[in-house]
Design a protein around this ligand. Sequence first.
Ligand code: ADP
Length: 720
Amino acid sequence: MSQASPQDLSGGLRDLNTPEILRERIDYAYRRVWPLAGATLVVSLVLSAFLWRTHPLDMVLFWQAVMLLLALGFAALRWARSRAADAARRPELWARRLAFGAGALGAGWGYGAAAFFPGAEGQQAFIAFVVALATAGALPIFSTVWWVYAIYAAAVMLPFNVVLLAYGTDLLRLLGAAVPLLYVANVITAYELGRAFVAAYGLRTAYKRLSGDNAEIQAQLGEQLDSLLDAHREVQAAARKLALFSERAPIAVFEVDPNATILDMNPAAENLFGFAAPELVGRSCTTMLLGSDDRERTEKWWSDFVAAGKPATIVGEHCMRRDGLELACEWTLTPLADEENRVSTIVLQGRDITQQRAAERVRSEFTSTLSHELRTPLTSILGSLQLLRSGAIGPMDKDQDELVEVAERNGQRLLDLINEVLDIEKIESGRVSLVPEPIALEELLAESLRLNQGFANRFQVKLAVQGEVPDTTVRADRKRLMQVMTNLLSNAAKFSPPGGEVDVAARQEAGKVRVSVSDRGPGIPEAFRSRIFGRFAQADSADSRIKGGTGLGLAISKRLVELMLGRVGFEDREGGGTTFFFELPVMPSEEGAQEGAARVLLTEPDSVSADYLAMVLEKGGYRVDTAPDAGSTRELLGRWKYAAWLLSRRLAGGVDALGLLAEMKPRLRDTPVVMVAALTSDEAGIPEPQRQAIADWLSKSDSRARILEVVDHATGRVTS
Ligand code: ADP
């Protein structure tokens, strides 16, 4: 779009002599050629009629013929211009032609005036009048190009003036002297008229442009307005839809500001919490909705969450209902950011999982009770069967022996299943504690092959280590890692063709060691791959009847390796078969130096104190894991079994550590707790159950000797 700015307009007025404007000026003059020719004819005829009797007839006729020709010439010029292809392109050419015509016409009038002037006075006055008429009458026609007019007027006036001066009477000479003045005045008038024309033209074009632009702007504004209205309608529709979703949604939805103040809530939220919206709007959501005993910790979490601006999912275990009932809710928090990328509101969607939690608890308790109840009689059944087969009770015939063997094999399968179910329940409910120790990789592989070769023999499969095993140590729970190895080896043996070989290899890279177990079996079917680490996942359940197995082995292995900070995976083996592997972090060599060192956990938010205590304990022969906050403490305590837990009395933000101690107590079993206080007087006001859990107290200002003495005493380590 071309929009006329004020500069454009003034520029248009200033620049008045462009070819375009000249063309317009010439056009104007040419358009008036018809009236010019007509007037020329009429005035010349009147003059001829007037001179008819007083002047020689042939002279009058000659002049009249000349004037007729001139009028026709003008008409022809106009006609030619209207036909000419270059009329618009070459305004100067047509201006010159016009000037030529004007000069000729002027000369016609000038010649007539000069030739017919001598005579009676009345006639002279009439001729002077005609001259004045011809001069002034051409002004509106030629004045758009002042110099054309100047030529015309000069051609009219010059011969007339010569005659005036030649006649010699004083009056006429005086008149003759005044004629140039008249000429100049006329030319100035023509010039000024021309300028006025040009200015008017400029204004006209500017106006045209403006109104053109204006129309365009109007049209565009109209379009923009239309699309804005469309967008507005769409937004309104989307908002209505959203409001409807939220209103009808079966889950609780809250809108909350970054300060955790509730702005709005849906009917499902009212139902879930038993409050009407006006009662909750304006109140903080942290304690009531996110449900934690530790208000400060929740608030700290909230401010971190708002600062991060990332969606989060959390479970509030003790969300309060109006009637005092506690709910467990799973919350999905979605922060919405403004244009400056600052969180403006947060949408909380909550699902009541109280029932689910209860059901999970019941299921877990049921499975473990049932499994325990089954395991005890089953163990004695198996024992009796083994006794029977050993011949200790007396010899059995072949058929009896076979039957007892079938009973024993199936009993064993049942026992395996029960053990694995118990195992996975224990792992998933976080009730398993690993006892970490440095394990030499080579030794682990050799041991696992030795233990599993017997099982592999049943399938006529040979287990072998391929290539060199790196001289590396990993920190892991020996029994559990062996369980993982056993699972991978037994699977590989089960699925290998008879007479095949299972290759075990180890490779170290980027701080990790990867142990792989490869077979030449059928491989993992494509459709089964995504489920393989799930519970009770088996590609072909017929296999389990033939080869044994529960579909739990890989699920357990995966969770165990992850607890040991590693990962499990599998890939197709080149040439057929599968390679299962696990990766574990390699233990740094200086940790190796502390081989066999007792592992202690230190929960201390202050990094200076933490560094000091860790340094004293490490020098004293302990391996120290430091946790700056409750979250990492929970994770580490869930993962490892510690010889002692040193817990700072105050956690980050001055939070009392007794809450965390109470929460962790059931998981600690025999791990002693040493409270670390700024002052020992912190002991005051500790409730009895927590006091019992505390084995001893340390002060941050205690000497090295005192610190080691307390920790040695708590861990039961005897120092020399
Ligand atoms: P199971 O006790 O049945 O072996 P796992 O969890 O160890 O349970 O294995 C689950 C399923 O994964 C197996 O039933 C089998 O279908 C598949 N699978 C595991 N290891 C292999 C392997 N090396 N080759 C082919 N299939 C395997």
